[in-house]
Ligand binder design. Structure first.
Ligand SMILES: NC(=O)c1ccc[n+]([C@@H]2O[C@H](COP(=O)([O-])OP(=O)(O)OC[C@H]3O[C@@H](n4cnc5c(N)ncnc54)[C@H](O)[C@@H]3O)[C@@H](O)[C@H]2O)c1
Ligand SMILES: O=C(O)C(=O)C[C@@H](O)[C@H](O)[C@H](O)COP(=O)(O)O
Ligand SMILES: [Zn+2]
Length: 358
């Protein structure tokens, strides 16, 4: 392991996120010492690496592999049930542990399986995508989708440790890297403007996992997430800011039947949230334009189908930030000044949508 950075989540559930190269070799030490059985949940893409992990971990413990369907197809209750069956057949006890080895879809599912098996066993998250490292594997939001929408069933269940091995990113396509990077840009808009400056200075370098700018920006994003979830694990207040761009973004993912990458949908969602902020008289014009400029410089989408509004509005009613019939949005008063906009008028929402309808 070389040049590792440790970022800690403090609070009721405290744990470390380790970022660096060659980190995977320390997975054994991150597991609970009492675990005699370990279930590694992984997507088909990582089958060979998962087999290597198994070889690395066996010895003092039995290692089971659960290959699940790729991407959002893996985030279903039937897939959780398959994992429960594997654990049941292996007499998995409360001292045993789960490893989530994959992108955000896998770490969400693995965390949910760990949260629910025997009402909770430990999980170590090993994210293998940019998005997983900066966002999904950190913070203990776990869950599955239902036919009605994104992440509608789940649990808050903090991991024991998060290992971000940057070597794993070498096999990701540029498209995947950039889609995941949308969550890094989100961190820039809601918390750490230094991220925005670094992307503006050189977008291509910022998304290159071998550059200093990439390392700096992902660590800023992880640090932001660690601070926020350390203060508010269960999303009673502050944590809602992490949902910037997600109210519309999740509705787009649902409308697209998950053929869009999460980060791409969130990119459009952030432009919408910025326009909503601007039209509500909160965000200066230049800051809203900055959203488009930065996201477009990375090749992320900033517009969506004009005719989709009625369907998107209906799906947004099921957003977890809604209270009764009242929609709530995270908006910005300025860069790095997020706040909640309660029950905006439908005409304002429609006007903001017109700005992204392309
Ligand atoms: N829990 C949270 O706080 C949180 C935060 C953000 C996003 N999410 C969730 O995360 C999911 C999106 O995560 P994602 O963008 O990582 O997508 P993903 O998990 O679907 O992975 C994207 C693709 O990359 C492949 N892949 C993974 N690692 C690879 C590697 N190292 N090399 C080559 N290919 C690899 C996967 O097989 C998949 O096809 C969404 O379901 C989203 O809702 C959760
Ligand atoms: O960690 C959080 O809190 C987030 O909102 C992070 C988001 O990037 C992430 O996509 C999350 O899964 C959204 O959660 P949801 O509660 O809106 O489903
Ligand atoms: Zn997200």
């Amino acid at each position: 392991m070389t040049d590792a950075t440790t970022i800690s989540v403090h609070g009721d559930a405290s744990y470390d996120i380790t970022v660096g190269r060659g980190i995977l070799s320390s997975l054994g030490e991150a597991l609970p010492p009492a675990a005699r059985k370990v279930l590694v949940i992984h997507p088909p893409t990582l089958a060979e690496q998962a087999e290597r992990l198994r070889t690395q971990l066996v010895g003092e413990r039995e290692v089971l592999l659960a290959e699940i369907p790729d991407a959002e197809a893996g985030k279903r209750i039937e897939v959780a049930a398959f994992c429960w069956q594997v654990m049941g057949k292996a007499d998995f006890t409360r001292t045993d542990a789960v490893v989530g080895f994959g992108g955000g879809a896998v770490t969400d599912l693995a965390g949910f399986v760990a949260a629910t098996w025997l009402r909770g066993v430990e999980v170590v998250q090993v994210p293998t995508t940019v998005l997983g490292m900066v966002d999904a594997a950190v913070g203990g939001k776990t869950g599955v989708n239902t036919a009605e929408g994104k992440n509608l069933v789940g649990a808050f269940w903090a991991p024991r440790a998060v290992l971000c091995d940057l070597d794993l990113l070498d096999s990701l396509s540029r498209n995947e890297r950039v889609a995941g990077y949308a969550e890094v840009v989100k961190a820039g808009f809601i918390w750490a403007p230094e991220i925005l400056d670094l992307v503006e200075a050189d977008p291509e370098t910022a998304v290159d996992p071998h550059s200093d700018a990439f390392r700096r920006t992902i660590e800023l994003a992880i640090d932001m997430k660690a601070r926020v979830v350390g203060e508010d694990l269960r999303e009673a207040g502050l944590r809602e800011i992490l949902n910037y761009g997600h109210t519309l973004g999740h509705a787009i993912e649902h409308a697209e039947r998950y053929r869009w990458r999460h980060g791409a949908a969130i990119s459009v969602g952030m432009v919408f949230a910025a326009e909503l902020s601007r039209l509500a008289g909160r965000l200066p014009d230049a800051a809203a334009q900055r959203h488009r400029d930065i996201l477009e410089s990375l090749g992320l989408p900033t517009s969506y189908r004009p005719g989709a509004w009625p369907q998107l509005l209906s799906t947004m009613q099921r957003d977890k930030k809604s209270r009764g019939g009242m929609l709530r949005f995270i908006v910005l008063d300025d860069i790095a000044k997020p706040t909640v906009l309660q029950a905006p008028d439908e005409s304002l929402l429609f006007a903001a949508y017109q700005e992204v309808a392309g």
